[in-house]
Design a binder for this molecule. Structure first.
Ligand code: FE2
Length: 504
């Protein structure tokens, strides 16, 4: 790993996002040895720009956990500054905007939104999508997750697979899982591969593993049988998250998903009821300053069999125009943040880029369009918003799972530190050199949608919200025996760090 890569890795370990050019300055000032000084000066969980380093005596850092005012934000917007959250060489693929976003309103500052984008996958798929692209993708997946697993206290005496022959004691290895199978006696058999080689593993205790997930295993290698006997499996996981500081004043975010405008099953009357609640400002609605939408904004065209029979609007552009009209009714004081889902007009492979400019134009720039997944900050809370297509795969491959246990599926994603741990399932993955689906930084709020049901859980301090839908059951869902649970809304109160569920 290059010096530059190690520096960015170490900064990420401290939840610090750094502007690409700032890395050069850090290298000049001592590289890794300079980082403790940076942490001391700027604290953890912040964005560091060139000007912070050049003028650090005069200026304060961009502390993510504190409310920053619009003067900083507008400066950043003007300069188009980029940050980098990765370690590979192809800079253009790794630059991640940390702008405060766009706004239609000249008077936006009066709303005092505290919003920053941390991760937005605004990049194209590689033209070829060939073997080399997939090798690069899996190398990055391995590297990111191995870094996380390596920090687990259980991982001791780590060796590479190529060096197992010389290991006589208990050791740890970290690799990508493949060829998982269970013997008649219930023993788990699988292959583990790292950049130096692969080894067959035997885990008598059973448990379950998913092909393509990255894990650490602890055990002993038998040279005679060329097998690694596993005593323990270690996933990335995370330790309990401390809540961000409470907001000084009552302020909240509403979390919804899967609106499906254009469908005959769009529950217009109940949406109007929700809108009236937002407009009237009663029952806590006056504190709402953000509306987050987790994808499937419209119903799209040709997404499921015989969909055309259930379309109220059979032109996808007209569907977005209708959505724009609905959004116009939302009070100006509420910032809207959206990501696409599998019904939206972007590529189906993940990460999905933000909706294209031809669609954005309909909204006059007042909505924040981000990728699926994306990471952003609101009042110091880190949000990870992912539409959730992989939930369909996970519910099938994890033992004893069902759609009533969505929060358990979300917990599994956090434990594996990956949104789509299985490759080759229902979710196509774009073989980009950076794995945007890895959960590098554990969020305070993890949002999914897609399965048209509401669920909430708090897992080690992380709010897990699967947002509901605004679409009634379709014929296809009926055929699949799937019952949606529509028109439920999660309200996150930043003043109390509490979640409230509302039904419309
Ligand atoms: Fe949906």
């Amino acid at each position: 790993m290059s010096e530059r890569a190690r520096i960015i890795d170490e900064l990420l370990r401290n939840d610090i996002v750094v502007e690409s050019e700032a890395v050069e300055i850090i290298m000049e000032r001592g590289g890794l040895n300079y980082i403790p000084e940076l942490v001391k000066k700027f604290g953890k969980c912040c964005v560091i720009r060139v000007e912070d380093l050049v003028h650090s005596k005069e200026k304060s850092p961009h502390d993510i956990s504190e409310n920053k005012k619009s003067s900083e934000k507008s400066e950043r917007e003007k300069s188009g500054i980029k940050a980098v959250m990765n370690v590979k060489a192809e800079k253009s693929l790794y630059d991640i905007p940390v702008t405060s976003g766009t706004s239609r309103r000249k008077e936006r500052d009066e709303y005092d939104w505290d919003f920053k984008v941390l991760l937005n996958a605004e990049i194209s798929e590689p033209a070829s999508g060939g073997v080399d692209d997939f090798v690069a993708y899996f190398n990055d997946r391995y590297r990111r997750l191995a870094r996380i697993i390596r920090n687990r206290i259980e991982i001791r005496n780590e060796v590479s697979i190529a060096n197992l022959i010389s290991a006589t004691n208990e050791v740890s290895i970290i690799g990508i899982v493949s060829d998982v199978r269970v013997s008649k006696r219930g023993t788990l058999l699988f292959t583990l591969e790292d950049p130096t080689g692969s080894v067959n593993c035997i885990y008598p205790q059973g448990d379950f593993l998913i092909n393509d997930e990255v894990v650490g295993v602890i055990g002993r290698y038998s040279e005679e049988r060329n097998v690694f006997y596993v005593k323990e499996i270690v996933r990335g996981g995370f330790s309990h998250k401390k809540s961000p500081p409470l907001a000084e004043h009552p302020v909240s975010a509403v979390i919804i998903s899967d609106i499906h405008i254009g469908s005959k099953m769009f529950l217009k009357n109940r949406w109007e009821k929700f809108l009236q609640w937002l407009k009237k400002g009663d029952d806590g609605a006056s504190t709402v300053k953000y509306l987050l939408v987790g994808g499937d904004l419209v119903d799209g065209i040709g997404i499921y069999p015989n969909q055309e029979e259930e379309l109220e609007i059979d032109d996808i552009y007209a569907q977005y125009e209708s959505l724009a009209t609905y959004f116009e009714d939302i009070p100006d004081s509420i910032k809207i943040i959206v990501i696409p889902g599998n019904h939206d007009m972007v590529r189906n492979t993940e990460p999905q880029p933000p909706l294209p400019s031809e669609i954005r134009k309909m909204f006059n720039g007042y909505v924040e369009f981000l990728s699926n997944p994306s990471v952003f900050l609101i009042h110091g809370y880190k949000f990870l918003m992912y539409h959730g297509a992989s939930l369909n795969d996970l519910v099938e491959i994890i033992p004893q799972m069902n759609y009533q246990r969505i929060d358990d599926l979300m917990k599994f994603m956090l434990e594996t530190r990956h949104l789509v741990p299985l490759y080759g399932g229902k979710v196509p993955i774009a073989p980009l050199p950076r794995d945007y689906l890895a959960i590098d930084i554990v969020p305070d709020v993890f949002i999914t949608g897609h399965v048209h049901a509401y669920s909430y859980a708090n897992y080690h301090g992380v709010h897990l919200i699967n947002a509901s839908t605004w679409q009634a059951q379709t014929k296809y869902q009926k055929m699949m025996n799937f019952n949606p649970d529509p028109c439920k809304v999660a309200v996150l109160d930043f003043h109390k760090n509490a979640i409230r569920k509302l039904q419309f």
